[in-house]
Design a protein around this ligand. Structure first.
Ligand SMILES: NC(=O)c1ccc[n+]([C@@H]2O[C@H](COP(=O)([O-])OP(=O)(O)OC[C@H]3O[C@@H](n4cnc5c(N)ncnc54)[C@H](O)[C@@H]3O)[C@@H](O)[C@H]2O)c1
Length: 398
């Protein structure tokens, strides 16, 4: 893949074809930074180079096309392309492993690849969500290898799907492992974000993890309230609506629903790992949120002869109006349900690459029972043919 011109780049987004990297790259280009995307995923880079977002991102495609037309965005599969680019923003995935602990190796492996092309004049901005202490660790890792490259941590806090808007409207947390690194990152982001706030790297690492974990705890509270009230034969949605009526102190109480996806669970685990697995609130939240699919099956087994029924799952993405099926609880439900039902059918209007997905109408027609897993707006108008629906979200308001 070739660069379009020989004009120098201001910034390279490493992992720039991913969910966080791609919208960020488009916004950076719009803000006047000539931006290079470097990613291991050539197919996703080709899609972007053709002016298409590899996933749903509101306003993403228009901004991408604009950046390409203005020659503000380039692509390279070669890591050597980072040479001489003043800012390198890392947006690679930061997963947890089979022991449910963070995999630092993905970051050091990435830095090892960059190392031959890094100079002391560059700034690495870590944007992936990391375990507390990782930014300073990477600073030391580079120093041990003879590089004085500045290292900053400026976490991403957007909600997936609305990144284009939120990158520009949210407050950006800035931190650096030295005052020069913090200053360099502040200079970079003052052109992009509405406002910046400065923290130390450890503070910013905790702050980002707290944002995701707190959301996860809130969802767990709602889901536990839901299970409790349902067991009592009551509607959580009705109770919630009643208690929220003109009562602003409870405006943050979420409705029930699957709390999943690539971030919330993983980041709760990162905090748990940091606190020597003594994060009891976090582990309780995981138990509640991850336990919801099997709780649903238990309830349905009490009500229906599932073994004789075809069950249709509506929505396989991890959240509404998204095409992202990563760590979606719909798939956990599908897997757990299979031994208990005659057949399990699945549908989703956005998810790509799942050969089992069927058209919505077919799933509704063939199913004896439906479970609304993901409340995509498109389902509001669906003709459910009077079939019974298990509606955890109270989406159909029945
Ligand atoms: N998805 C979200 O909503 C969200 C929100 C805030 C923060 N984050 C954090 O952002 C980070 C990225 O998440 P994501 O959802 O964009 O992941 P993603 O998997 O969609 O994107 C990561 C990209 O990095 C690329 N990559 C991996 N290793 C590479 C390497 N060594 N060199 C070049 N490219 C490489 C992958 O090919 C992929 O395209 C994670 O730390 C995540 O926790 C995600």
């Amino acid at each position: 893949m070739k660069k379009r011109t020989t004009k120098p780049y201001d910034v390279c987004v490493v992992g720039g074809a991913g969910h966080i990297g791609a919208p960020l790259a488009a916004v950076l280009a719009k803000k006047g930074y000539r931006t290079l995307i470097h990613d291991l995923n050539r197919q996703a880079m080709d899609t972007l180079a053709a002016g298409k977002m590899p996933f749903l991102e509101e306003g993403g495609e228009a901004m991408l096309k604009e950046a390409l037309a203005a020659d503000m965005l380039g692509f390279s599969a070669k890591v050597s392309a980072i040479q001489g680019v003043p800012y390198i923003v890392l947006t690679i995935g930061t997963p947890v492993d089979e022991f449910q602990t963070p995999v630092l190796r993905v970051l050091t492996d990435c830095v090892d690849l960059l190392l031959p092309y890094l100079s002391d004049e560059q700034t690495i901005i870590l944007r992936s969500t990391v375990f507390p202490g990782v930014t300073d660790y990477l600073h030391g890792y580079l120093r041990e290898r003879g590089r004085k490259t500045l290292v900053a941590f400026c976490p991403e806090r957007v909600v997936q799907g609305l990144a284009i808007k939120e990158i520009q409207s949210l407050v950006q947390m800035i931190s650096g492992s030295t005052p020069e690194a913090e200053e360099s990152a502040a200079k970079f982001f003052s052109k992009v974000a509405r406002k910046i706030v400065r923290l130390t790297p450890m503070e910013a690492e905790f702050a980002k993890l707290f944002c995701n974990t707190y959301r996860y705890l809130q969802f767990a509270a709602a889901n536990q309230f839901y299970m409790m009230t349902t067991a009592a034969g009551l509607s959580y949605a009705r109770i919630r609506a009643g208690l929220m009526e003109d009562y602003p102190r409870m405006r943050d109480l979420p409705g029930a629903g699957f709390a999943a996806g690539p971030c919330l669970y993983k980041d709760t685990l990162q905090l748990a790992a940091f606190s020597d697995n003594q994060f009891s609130l976090g582990t309780a939240a995981i138990q509640v949120n991850e336990g919801l699919p099997s709780w649903i099956i238990s309830r349905l087994r009490q009500q229906y002869a599932l073994k004789e029924m075809t069950v249709g799952l509506l929505g396989m993405a991890f959240k509404a109006n998204s095409d992202d099926a990563r760590a979606s609880l719909s798939y956990k439900l599908k897997k757990l349900l299979k031994p208990h039902a005659k057949t399990v059918l699945t549908t989703d209007p956005f998810v790509q690459g799942d050969k089992d997905l069927l058209p919505l109408e077919e799933v509704i027609r063939r199913s004896d029972l439906l479970i609304l897993c993901t409340p995509h707006a498109a389902y509001a108008k669906a003709d459910l043919r009077g079939k019974p629906v298990f509606d955890l979200w109270n989406f159909f308001n029945k």
